[in-house]
Every structure is written in structure tokens, then in C-alpha cells.
Design a protein around this ligand. Sequence first.
Ligand code: A3P
Length: 299
Amino acid sequence: MSLNPGERSSPRTELFDFHGVSMIHYFTDNWENVQNFQARPDDIVIATYPKAGTTWVSYILDLLYFGQTNSERQSTIPIYNRVPFLEIILPGVPNGKDQADNLSTSPRLIKTHFPVQFMPKSFWEQNCRIVYVARNAKDNMVSYFHFNRMNAIQPEAGDWDSFFQNFMDGKMVFGSWYDHVNNWWKKKETYSNLHYMFFEDMVEDTGREIEKLCSFLGLTPSTEEKKKVQSGAQFDNMKKDEMANYSTLPVMDFKVSPFMRKGKVADWKNHFTVAQNEAFDEDYKKKMKDPTLQFRTEV
Ligand code: A3P
């Protein structure tokens, strides 16, 4: 298909079941190669369910590691090339696995939306650091809805009511939000090099969350450096930064919805009807049984 949204001749992609997870072929076509990815011990993975704040945390990590030494990197290389998306394979552009292989930085920062059971085993063998970012289901759903509307490689969003139902049914690219956040959470019990963080905490106090990230990563930036990272990673700043806001990707149609849309907690209140909210909460209780994993839908 064409990567130019103005020439959307072919239909959008369709979901299919892949090892029990709803996927689209752009994230499974390179499966064998991705599964054989050779990780290095200092690789850092940013793992998320789509729309949980991947770009935000990627941007912060990139600034923490390379912001002081290489500002040209931030002003000339789009974030999706600085932090390759491991499983993506699109026509006409290098695939994520090759991009990750060819990164010349140390450490290499690598993004994935894989559910935990899809992770290439080399990451576990090399005991790589993994940062998992989770976002409350309601806001995650809203953000995903607008993303599917504007992104030509995603399945059609459809109307809000059907999207709402599909989200609860796990009929989303990368599968069920419920399974994703729960299974990554469980992984912490057996894999200690995993830092599980929340979008809502980032909104509440970005500085505190940067501190936690630094302690997990063993980084000791100066107060001034930390302030620089924090102000650089503010929503308004990233929104106007062409190297961070995805405006350079032709598959995204910003006339429909911008990538950097609102960056808020509780925008779900502008989308959910009262009846939907009740149905959602009822269903949520059945699916989210682990009392140790708690999300905030407002801050
Ligand atoms: P909204 O659609 O709710 O605005 P991802 O990078 O995983 O695709 O997540 C995208 C979501 O993170 C979008 O949410 C986007 O606006 C939000 N986001 C990105 N950078 C942000 C920042 N610096 N501050 C707050 N939210 C941010």
C-alpha cells in the first residue's frame, strides 16, 4: 500500500489472531528475524501497550543518555529512528529489527509493543534493562481511538461505540490491554531488571519519575541536566518538535488528529457516556483481579 495518506487506495489492515493475540501483518511479517534478535547486555527496551506514553519515555531516555553530548542528534533525527520500533516492517523503509541492529549508540534504545510472551528471548538471556510504561485503560482507549483514525497503517477505528466494545474484547492491534499490563506486571516477580511505570505518575510529577528512571538505569545526571530533560520533555515542547511529534511520517494524517493530541489524564470523561462508564467498570473488575496493580483514571 502507499505510505502517503493522500493516496489511500488500498483498504486499511485487518486484525488477525497471531498466537492468541490480535495483530496486523506489519508487526508480524518479520517475526522470525525479530525472534532471533541478538540483544546486548546494555540494550534498554521501552515496552508499552500502544498509546501509553512510549514516545514520551523514549524521548526522556534519549535525552538522558545523549542529550548532553549530541544535541544535533535531537534536532536532526526523528525519535522513531533514534529509538527503533523492533517489530515493525513497512514497505520501502528499513525494518525495525535492522534499524536496531545498526544502531551505533551505546546503549541502544529499542521500542516494542509486544506482549511479554512475544519478547525475543535474547533480551532475557542478556538481562537487559526494560522500562515498561502503562496507562489507565480509559485514557489509553481514547488515545488509541484517535490514533487509529489518523494512522493509515492501523485498522479503521470505526465509530466510538464499536471501538469501545472492541477495546474491552481485546480486538486491538497488540491484543488485550488487560492481558498486556497484567502479564508485564507479573513478569516483575521473576525478572528484576524491569521498571514498571505509569503515565499518570509522569503527568503528576515528571521530575520524580525521571529520578526513579535514573536510579533504575544507574544514571547520575546533575540537577541542571535533569531540569533540562524535564523541560525538554514537556508536552508543548515535544508537540512543536518535528523530530518528536511524528509530523515527518506520511502515514499519519494530522488533519484527522495530531499524534501529540492532548497528553492529559481523564480525557476519557469527554468520550465515555455514563452507561459506557458503568459497563466498563463492571467488566474491568472481572478482568483486573490483581490487587497489587492499580491504575488511576484521574490525578
Ligand atoms: P493522547 O492521545 O491522550 O494525547 P505513544 O507514544 O505510546 O503512542 O502515546 C501517545 C500518547 O502520549 C498521546 O496521548 C500523547 O499526546 C501522549 N504524550 C506524548 N508525549 C507527551 C508528553 N510530553 N506529555 C504528556 N503526554 C504525552
